[in-house]
Write a protein that binds this ligand. Structure first.
Ligand code: PMP
Ligand code: GLU
Length: 396
């Protein structure tokens, strides 16, 4: 028998789409995958070397559940260097990817019925993780006309006695939105006033374009920092998705509770990956600039081509590696299996008819949109656009 808890959530739509695309490829079908968000670059050589060294040196045993001291120090140094934030090692925990960091946070801060405010469009796993931890996701919708920006007074109207936390994700998956200082200040003020935690997911911090600068909400004031759980990782910044290292910095009591939970569930993150992460954070970052330049080139090309496609409009994302085009102009048209009613029908049609895998906006809490990851080669993007246009022209 499956638990009531497990039945609360559906499988991750991003991972499901990726699995589907991989299965089609394995079956010899030529699919272009815009589905999953993971850099198509390889992990830099010096980081791999550090892992090989750790392996040779026998760093193959359990470590402290919250991570090796060397990695916590490297994280503290990074947070000071990049974000102007000072954290002690007891205020940091390393987990098995930022996704696991988030899960441990909700385990540590939510009691049954506690509410968490989640701005939409949101990354697919936030509501699911809140539900799995007996919480109640409260969705704060935003509008494309406002660039999906948060309206602090809208947020304020959603706060109740049960509200425990608000999740921020910037640069955003799926919209690429990066909040400005004024918005972050207003959200911080609300959190202080209502005694809420801010779960600040900054995994796309390094992927910002047009000279935009990342501001960590915890750096705005000591009062805000005291209630912020800053989540970051190396999956996106260092092309290390498979290594599974993420981390949280925040108030000592919550980090302690997360450490207890981690110690009773997964124990430490992989020891070799932790040593690789030390090198990722302490070592040179010269690979970042060319990676960013390439993402930027693809971003501009993809968004321009989407806007030149009949029925589609697309905002220029400021960060991350996703475009989030508005496809409401296409809904209602007819395909071989009947009317394309929503983004999910359209994603399915494009997978079957164009052999292009992408994720429907509904998975991110926003109907009428699609998410396209441009963390794939320029050739794939060019061919993908050709296929999408061809398939859309066949709709009636
Ligand atoms: N947050 C966001 C917004 C993401 O897009 C991802 C990517 N899966 C994660 C967290 C988790 O990243 P990871 O577990 O690979 O560190
Ligand atoms: N963050 C990526 C995405 O949104 C990876 C998949 C996942 O972890 O959900 O596609």
């Amino acid at each position: 028998m499956i638990s009531e808890r497990a039945n609360r959530v559906k499988p991750s739509p991003t991972l499901t789409m990726d699995t589907k695309a991989k299965e089609m490829k394995a079956a010899g079908i030529d699919v272009i995958s815009f589905g999953v968000g993971e850099p198509d670059f390889d992990t830099p050589g010096h980081i791999k070397e550090a892992a090989v060294r750790a392996l040779r040196e026998g760093k193959t045993k359990y470590t402290a559940a919250a991570g090796i001291p060397e990695l916590k120090e490297a994280i503290a140094a990074k947070l000071l260097r990049d974000n102007g934030l000072t954290y002690k090692p007891t205020e940091i925990i390393v987990s098995c990817g930022a996704k696991h960091s988030l899960y441990n946070i909700f385990q540590a801060i939510l009691s049954p019925g506690d509410e968490v405010i989640i701005p939409a469009p949101y990354w697919v796993s936030y509501p699911a993780q809140v539900l799995l931890n007996d919480g109640v996701p409260v969705i704060a919708d935003t509008r494309e006309e406002d660039g999906f920006n948060l309206d602090p007074s809208d947020l304020g109207s959603l706060i109740t006695e049960r509200t425990r936390a608000i999740i921020l994700n910037y640069p955003s998956n799926p919209t690429g939105l990066a909040y400005d200082r004024k918005t972050l200040e207003a959200v911080g003020e609300l959190a202080v006033k209502h005694n809420l935690h801010i779960v600040s997911d900054e995994v796309y911090e390094k992927l910002l374009y047009d000279g935009a600068e990342h501001i960590s909400i915890a750096s705005i004031s000591e009062e805000i920092k005291k209630r912020t759980l800053l989540v970051n990782g190396i999956s996106k910044s260092h092309a290390m998705t498979g290594w599974r290292i993420g981390y949280t910095a925040g108030p000592e009591d919550i980090i302690k509770a997360m450490t207890k939970i981690q110690g009773q569930s997964t124990s430490n993150p992989n020891s070799i990956a932790q040593w690789a992460a030390v090198e990722a954070l302490n070592g040179p970052e010269d690979f970042l600039e060319p990676m960013l330049r390439e993402f930027d080139r693809r971003r501009k090309y993809l968004v321009t081509e989407l806007n030149a496609t009949e029925g589609i409009t697309c905002m220029m994302p400021r960060g991350a590696f996703y475009a989030f085009p508005n496809v409401s102009g296409i809904l209602g048209r007819k395909g071989p299996d009947g009317e394309i009613k929503d983004s999910s029908d359209l994603a399915m049609y494009l997978l079957e008819e164009a052999r292009v895998a992408l994720v429907p906006g509904s998975a991110f809490g926003k109907e009428g949109f699609l998410r396209i990851s441009y963390a794939t080669s320029m050739e794939n993007i060019e061919e993908g656009i050709r296929r999408i246009r061809g398939a859309l022209e066949r709709l009636q």
